[in-house]
Design a protein around this ligand. Structure first.
Ligand SMILES: NC(=O)c1ccc[n+]([C@@H]2O[C@H](COP(=O)([O-])OP(=O)(O)OC[C@H]3O[C@@H](n4cnc5c(N)ncnc54)[C@H](OP(=O)(O)O)[C@@H]3O)[C@@H](O)[C@H]2O)c1
Length: 298
């Protein structure tokens, strides 16, 4: 699998990324099964893993980290991305009264240190601010992110779910570049193509990461039959599966969109690389857009 740099100043990651959000939902959360998923990724060159402190009610990083603790050499074979700033309502924080965001320097730094401990590593490849925080002080947050890089706790920093003005504000208060904006992009969620988020990423030369590239499985729901008809036809023509065509739809975009895949199914994980062979010309790309939108472009 070929690799790409999220930004000229790194990090280099695999063209497809595996997202760890759902691993605690798998009925099998044994060490052996988590390791089998990691191996199924590594064997096809998917070496980059997307985490967040909160995934699995604050449990996923530690579940995954057990694999690194058992085999420390694994860390050299992978890139680890994590996120912070969402404070969840959770039994782990019984005094919390509401879900909120916290981009204070103290909170971000403490969460990254917790992620490092949970993942049994002394550095992350990227730390992302998970959601824009209406209370963000850009000077404080920007300085905290710069310091995480300067202190060697992460090789790079970025954002997630940011609108262009949020990204611009934070970047204006930083020395190091923001290397990505991780946003939802899939045939059913096309707004990033027209609201300036992908345009900004292209202008800043940062590769956007696409979360829920299969709309969390919704692409295959019965109400999206017209979209499935188009995906299915292309899949047949290219001897791949519909999900791979949907991933290929993201890969075909010139912004170097990086899909972050979330299936827990080992067979599906093992096939993910086949999406790289999907070829979509301009007209086919718009066929998928049109079928998903339910109308032709204006
Ligand atoms: N930054 C953010 O705010 C944010 C938000 C959400 C997610 N994320 C990241 O994005 C990652 C991916 O999100 P996601 O899990 O929603 O991605 P996804 O790949 O769009 O959805 C995966 C889900 O679709 C299901 N699915 C149904 N049919 C499928 C098929 N034919 N092929 C593959 N999957 C199928 C999977 O079920 P099976 O497991 O049964 O295959 C799984 O539940 C997360 O792990 C996380 O790292 C980030």
């Amino acid at each position: 699998m070929y690799r790409l740099s999220l930004h000229a100043q790194g990090p280099e990651i695999s063209r497809l990324v595996y997202g760890v959000w759902r691993i605690a939902d798998d009925p099998d959360t044994s060490d052996a099964h988590v390791r089998a998923k990691i191996d199924a990724c590594l064997e096809q060159g998917i070496s980059s893993f997307d985490h967040a402190d909160i995934y699995g009610d604050y449990s996923c990083e530690a579940l995954f980290g057990r694999a690194i603790a058992a085999d420390p050499a694994l860390r050299q074979r992978m890139e680890l991305i994590s996120k912070c700033d969402i404070a969840l309502m959770s039994m782990r924080y019984p005094k919390r009264r509401v879900k909120f965001y916290d981009t204070s320097a103290a909170y971000i730094t403490a969460q990254v240190e917790t992620s490092l401990r949970n993942l049994h590593t002394d550095y992350l490849d990227a730390v992302l601010i998970h959601r824009p925080d209406p209370l963000m002080d850009p000077q404080e947050t920007g300085a905290a992110l710069d310091a995480l890089i300067d202190d060697g706790k992460t090789r790079s920093v970025g954002v997630s779910n940011f609108m262009p003005w949020d990204t611009e504000l934070l970047q204006s208060a930083m020395r190091h570049p923001l290397v990505t904006n991780q946003i939802e992009i899939n045939p059913l969620e096309r707004s990033a193509f027209t609201d300036g988020r992908i345009a900004q990423a292209q202008r800043l030369k940062m590769a956007p990461m696409a979360w829920s590239p299969l709309a969390g499985g919704q692409l295959f729901a019965s109400e999206h039959a017209p979209l499935q008809e188009v995906l299915g036809r292309i899949a047949n023509e290219q001897s791949v599966q519909m999900s791979e065509v949907a991933i290929g739809w993201l890969l075909a975009h010139p912004a170097q969109i990086v899909p972050v895949l979330g299936t827990n199914n080992i067979d599906r994980i093992s096939r993910l690389h086949t999406a790289l062979a999907v070829q979509l010309d301009r007209e086919t790309w718009f066929e998928i857009w049109t079928a998903a939108a339910g109308q032709e472009v204006p």
